[in-house]
Design a protein around this ligand. Sequence first.
Ligand code: FPP
Length: 246
Amino acid sequence: MPKERLPRHIAIIMDGNGRWANERHLPRHEGHRQGVERSREIMRACADLGIQFLTLYAFSKENWSRAKDEVSFLMKLLSNYLDVELREIHKTNIRFRMIGRLNDLPVDIQKKIRKGFEQTKENTGLTLLLALSYSSREEIVDAVKTIATEVKRGIISSDEINEKMVSDSLSTSGIPDPDLLIRTSGEFRLSNFLLWQLSYTEICILDKYWPDFTRNDLLQAIEIYGNRDRRFGRANELVAKVETHG
Ligand code: FPP
């Protein structure tokens, strides 16, 4: 695929770990363990392909209400993942970031994440964004509060509020919106993920559980994306003109 047809930013809702395990009469934990392995492989594949940004929905704000032992298993898994993966991430020139409420996470994980930011901030390859304790509605509410404070202080007037200002007040500030959203396990939902940022994103739903998702599935989703006609709400000829003239 020519480089200019590649998505710059891929976001993934990694769904179906539990069902994958259930179908095999395994504990849900095993599904999550396999899920982590797939995310390692997919991150590497994205880095190899020259994708610039990869956002993985690893733990939602709503996930805190799962059974206590599942939550603590997921936190342990995340902690181990950070121990092993951050070294690999740094070695392969990947920049690590997260979106979501860092302070909700266990303190030892917060420390590892902060260290990861520091270590990898100058890296120039793929940027990996992990969504952890993430809620898109909460992120939008935070942005509204930030902007309201600026209005209250007289820094801007309410008439000056525009889309760019909202985008710049989100945790993804400075990162281009996703071009391609992949969701596994055949569900047609956004699940409170990047609601603002996904406005013009191409969506690819795969009927496969996340632990079964392979590099080939990624390539297939990229191929589907490459063949889509992205119009951003405009007419065809207009898009061609905009693309030609910058
Ligand atoms: C979805 O499956 C997965 C999660 C809710 C969170 C855990 C995600 C991983 C372990 C993958 C990668 C993690 C890291 C740290 C990169 P589900 O439990 O919702 O499955 P179900 O809908 O079939 O029950």
